[in-house]
Design a protein around this ligand. Structure first.
Ligand code: BEZ
Length: 210
């Protein structure tokens, strides 16, 4: 059955470019991003992996451990990594899982047979420190993902896990946020001392809590 938000991210042990990884141990108390790419030595995947490597410091800053995966074997991952460094300007700096028997791909429903019955789609799972799935995305092989958007969603997930707020359309770090409807005006006045603006009774903005 497909994984849903709030489900515990299934645990597994698998080979990776950084040695054998037990997923839950690897995550520890951190947030996690597990993402699949369809195939090594392919153009869009090469750009994506290079971009994730370039953003490593941004993931670290947010206490997020990143883990990539495809159904290719370790030897391919290792050979391909020098192409990524050469063409994208950044060496791989996070582990890539080798999943030739599709154990992890099947566990996370990353193979969508009506799209392609042999390769994973571009899945992304953001996992919280409690090991539950906070967000999932699925892109087709033809469309490279925007990892700045994934960082933006992590900013929202981390903020809304701590405060009774939600983030509006196109929100970026530092911009005003929405007070969730379950919070009364009286409680909002206490929780958000900088004040809030009521556009409609259900649409109230306040400064981003720090
Ligand atoms: C790519 O990364 O370019 C790609 C991978 C698999 C199928 C199609 C495109």
């Amino acid at each position: 059955m497909a994984l849903r938000l709030g489900d515990v991210a299934p645990d597994f042990t698998a080979d990776s470019t950084a040695g054998t990884i037990n997923f839950h141990e690897y995550l520890g108390d951190s947030w996690g991003v597990l993402f699949s790419h369809p195939k090594d030595f392919t153009p869009v995947c090469t750009t994506e992996l290079g971009r994730v490597a370039a953003l490593k410091a941004e993931f670290d800053r947010r206490n997020v451990k990143v883990l990539g995966l495809s159904v290719d074997g370790l030897a391919d991952h290792e050979a391909w990594s020098s192409d990524i460094e050469e063409t994208q300007g950044t060496a791989l700096n996070f582990p890539l899982l080798a999943d030739p028997d599709r154990t992890v791909s099947d566990l996370y429903d990353m193979i969508h047979p009506n799209a392609d019955d042999t390769l994973t789609v571009r899945s992304v799972f953001v996992i919280g420190p409690d090991k539950t799935i906070k967000l999932s995305l699925t892109y087709p092989a033809s469309t490279g993902r925007n990892f700045d958007e994934i960082l933006r969603t992590i900013d929202s997930l981390q903020l809304t896990a701590e405060h009774k707020v939600a983030t509006p359309v196109d929100w970026q770090q530092g911009e005003d946020v929405i007070i969730v409807p379950a919070v009364s005006d009286e409680e909002a006045a206490e929780r958000f001392p900088s004040g809030f603006t009521t556009v409609k009774p259900y649409l109230r903005y306040t400064k981003q809590p720090s």
